[in-house]
Design a protein around this ligand. Structure first.
Ligand SMILES: Cc1cc2nc3c(=O)[nH]c(=O)nc-3n(C[C@H](O)[C@H](O)[C@H](O)COP(=O)(O)O)c2cc1C
Ligand code: SF4
Length: 302
């Protein structure tokens, strides 16, 4: 997303090497009289110029340094060289991150939740717009408040889906969604709702003591992709920090369809929710990574 330029060059430091010009994706900078100059009228504010300058001559003021400072760990801002990481360890982390559905009652520290949001923001975003939004529900009570809205959505949906004539009519006019819902989800949702009423067992969030709701402003270039990439970063970091996490897709659709549910947790109407992440200290220990089904993998060579 093109923005106004916030890049400044310290000409006393600049050696005119041209590296910043080479990595700028939108030609905001060029070399004039042996020094880098801002010559473009727009910028992605991606910070590549600042990150590559060997003498610290570039400043992009749209970048908020506090977003790279964490409370619970200190990665620093020194760039890892290409290839300078243990791939086996990275893949082991990715393969070990499990959808956790058993949590102990211990609350998650707010500083950890805030650090996780900043980890989410290290993800790429379409045209670097970074219009993702993160709503932290730091207590079980707040999670249950969100659950209330979602439960009433499913109570109404199940009442509609139960109506066979309505399902058939909608299918006939080319809207098979309610019938598909009835076949695939109606029964388990009914069971979950009844079990919650009877015993308080929370099949929606699996008892998670905290949630991060990841959304994106609708004017983002690729809002869904941005929110989901940030979410995956959060899942991986959560595992490395000793937390279990679970994506709660069952909470996303109701929030998309009924804006009142997202409004109730402070998410305004110009944002859409793309993921709801349950978080907490896990009450489960695996021996192995879970493995995956065979994937379609094809090669095309012209
Ligand atoms: C988009 C998406 C939505 C999901 N929604 C739910 C959900 O509502 N409830 C749940 O318990 N798990 C949910 N999951 C977790 C999947 O069931 C889980 O990723 C899958 O079974 C593989 O397990 P793993 O994540 O431990 O590898 C969701 C996962 C994804 C990617
Ligand atoms: S990378 Fe730094 S030193 Fe090189 S041209 Fe750009 S501002 Fe000047």
């Amino acid at each position: 997303m093109m923005e106004k330029v916030t890049t400044t060059i310290d000409h006393d430091l600049c050696t005119g090497c041209g590296l910043c010009v080479q990595v700028c994706p939108v030609k905001t900078l060029s070399i004039r009289n042996g020094k880098a100059e801002v010559t473009g009228s727009e910028s992605l504010n991606c910070g590549h110029c600042q990150a590559i300058c060997p003498v610290g001559a570039v400043k992009v003021s749209a970048i908020d340094e506090a977003m790279s400072q964490f409370i619970n760990f200190t990665p620093g801002n020194k760039w890892l060289q290409y290839g300078d990481y243990d791939t086996a360890q990275l893949v082991r982390l990715m393969a070990s991150s499990r959808s956790c559905r058993n949590f102990i009652e211990k609350p998650v520290e707010r500083s950890i939740l805030e650090d996780l949001v900043k980890v989410g923001c290290t993800a790429p975003s379409g045209t670097n717009c970074q219009l993702w939004t993160f709503t932290i529900l730091p207590t079980r009570k707040a999670v249950m408040d969100l659950g209330k809205g979602i439960r009433s959505f499913y109570i109404k949906l199940n009442a509609l889906a139960k109506n066979r004539l309505l399902r058939m009519f909608l299918k006939l006019i080319g809207k098979p969604e309610l019938d598909t819902y009835y076949r695939e989800y109606y029964g388990s949702v009914k069971e979950g709702l009844e079990e919650f009423d009877r015993t308080g067992v929370d099949r929606l969030f699996h008892g998670a003591p905290a949630v991060i709701v990841v959304g994106c402003k609708s004017k983002a270039t690729l809002p869904k992709e941005d929110a989901l990439l940030a979410s995956q970063n959060i899942l991986l970091a959560a595992h490395s920090m000793g937390l279990g996490s679970c994506l709660i897709g069952m909470a996303v659709e109701p929030m998309k369809r009924d804006p009142k549910i997202q409004n109730a947790i402070g998410v305004p109407n110009d944002e859409k929710v793309y993921s709801v992440i349950g978080l907490g200290y896990p009450d489960e220990v695996y021996q192995l990574t879970a493995g995956r089904k065979k994937a379609v993998m094809r090669t095309f060579e012209s």
